[in-house]
Design a protein around this ligand. Structure first.
Ligand SMILES: [Mg+2]
Length: 174
């Protein structure tokens, strides 16, 4: 089955796009059932389409099975290549994702408000509260519909950031 990238043009629209899309792994990009791990259906085409638009891809996982996660990213494929090759940045270790994102910012030089993060655990929304990374809650794996609504939410978030920054500049001039 092939999913054409062009059929998802409506997801991206004409507005601004985040510079990096970061994903949690377990129950966000992939489903874990016993020994089996498999990507949710839309994941390969989503990652492929994001990369085609020059958007960077990151993973932020707090699993303690670090080697297993990296091995799975090598075994699973996107565009006929090991999935790990599609990722620009990997942060996989236990602990608060605030740490993961501080390294992602350091690595990529992308500011927090240009990032969007998909995750199935609402406790990780602290990256939005503390850093300003747009957090999108994932209930049944990442899919095209969620990416579309996530990008729309990110644009609102981005505008709020921009008007906040403008207000701060105005205040600084007074
Ligand atoms: Mg998860």
């Amino acid at each position: 089955m092939t999913t054409s990238t062009s059929s998802h043009d409506d997801v991206f629209g004409d507005g601004p796009l985040p510079k990096i899309v970061v994903f949690d792994l377990d129950y966000t990009l992939w489903l874990v059932s016993g020994e089996r791990i498999s990507f949710f259906k839309d994941v390969p085409s989503i990652i492929s389409a994001l990369k085609a638009r020059g958007i960077k891809i990151g993973a932020a996982s707090r699993t303690d099975a670090v080697q297993t996660a990296k091995k799975m990213l090598s075994l699973l494929h996107i565009d006929d290549k090991p999935a790990i090759e599609s990722f620009d940045v990997l942060q996989i270790y236990p602990g608060s994702k605030v740490t993961h994102f501080s390294y992602i910012k350091e690595d990529t030089k992308i500011p927090y408000h240009e990032m969007i993060f998909f995750d199935d655990e609402s406790r990780n929304k602290e990256v939005e509260h503390e850093l300003g990374v747009k957090f999108v809650y994932v209930s049944q794996g990442v899919n095209w519909q969620l990416l579309k609504s996530g990008i729309e939410e990110w644009r609102v978030h981005q505008q709020e950031y921009a008007s906040g920054a403008k207000k701060a500049r105005r205040a600084a001039r007074l």
